[in-house]
Design a protein around this ligand. Structure first.
Ligand code: FMN
Length: 276
């Protein structure tokens, strides 16, 4: 086996657990790069290389965008005080926000198009509908993921921060967001600290997520096989003992796990979105 083939076999084994790897993966450098993703939670404070931010934004802007309407913005926060304020709003589970040099806030942003439409004499009635909110959220997520892949290809690490919706109104105020815009999530970017290396986080086998032609409702039973790689990963990282079913259940059943995100609807409505 060549080094490359060995590495690819290792990626698949880490990603799915031994015996659960999909067959017939067509490998190339891009696929290998995407499948090597892992969230990084330990960073060096070193600045990003020149051009890294611009490269990430170019990758983000190259993502598909609904009807070519570009319904997103990104705010690059480098000011330590601002990072600390944002970290504070996210609870205290993500201290690396303060360590890494850049914290990106991905904004689902209808404000630009709302202004353009109204300045052009329109009512922008479409922006009062739920779909306008969904479109902007999708656009922001697609752009962000392209940026994350670009950063990783440059040897940088990233981690999304959903906790930016915990105190969504406060975050919007801190950043001076206009109406028709809200922060979907943050993204920490920086050089991974040497101790941040580790295995890839496993995923459920493909038959859990891949359906052919029609949705097959009994997929939940196939989740059982995921418990083993899920457990091994947590053991390797000395994480608290937990099953996947337990993790899903507490995330669904315990409102406390929302950490303020249960108020998102009122924040979003307060920001002008009417969600009709
Ligand atoms: C929208 C979104 C929000 C996330 N929020 C957080 C977060 O607040 N803190 C964190 O440590 N990881 C966060 N993550 C990272 C996930 O926990 C991570 O992607 C998942 O556990 C899979 O691990 P991997 O990315 O290393 O493969 C978030 C991921 C996404 C997509």
């Amino acid at each position: 086996m060549s080094d490359k083939t060995t590495r690819q076999a290792q990626i698949l084994e880490e990603r799915y657990g031994m015996g659960h790897e999909p067959k017939d993966i067509i490998w190339n450098d891009q696929i290998e790069h995407m499948m090597s993703h892992r969230s990084v939670r330990r960073y060096l404070p070193d600045a990003l290389p020149d051009g890294a931010l611009e490269t990430m934004v170019a990758a983000a802007q190259s993502a598909s965008t609904s009807s070519n309407l570009h319904m997103w913005s990104v705010i690059a926060v480098t000011d330590p005080e601002m990072k600390s304020e944002l970290y504070r709003t996210s609870g205290h589970g993500n201290p690396f926000i303060e360590v890494a040099p850049v914290f990106l806030l991905w904004v689902a942003d209808q404000s630009r198009n709302n202004r353009i439409s109204k300045a052009n004499g329109g009512s922008a009635i479409v922006h009062d509908h739920l779909d306008a909110f969904v479109m902007a959220t999708i656009d922001a997520a697609l752009a962000a993921q392209n940026a994350a892949l670009a950063a990783e290809s440059l040897g940088l690490g990233t981690v999304y921060i959903g906790g930016m919706r915990n105190k969504s109104k406060e975050v919007a105020d801190l950043l001076g967001l206009p109406d028709y815009a809200y922060v979907t999530f943050g993204m920490v970017v920086g050089y991974p600290a040497p101790e941040a290396q580790g295995r890839l986080r496993p995923r459920p086998s493909q038959d859990v997520v891949l359906h052919q032609n029609r949705y097959e409702a009994d997929r939940a039973s196939r989740i059982a096989a995921y418990e083993e790689p899920f457990k091994h990963f947590r053991e390797d990282l000395c994480m608290k003992e937990k099953t996947f079913v337990g993790a899903v259940s507490s995330s669904a059943n315990d409102l406390l796990s929302m950490d303020g995100r249960e108020n998102l609807r009122s924040t979003v409505e307060g920001r002008g979105f009417k969600l009709r």
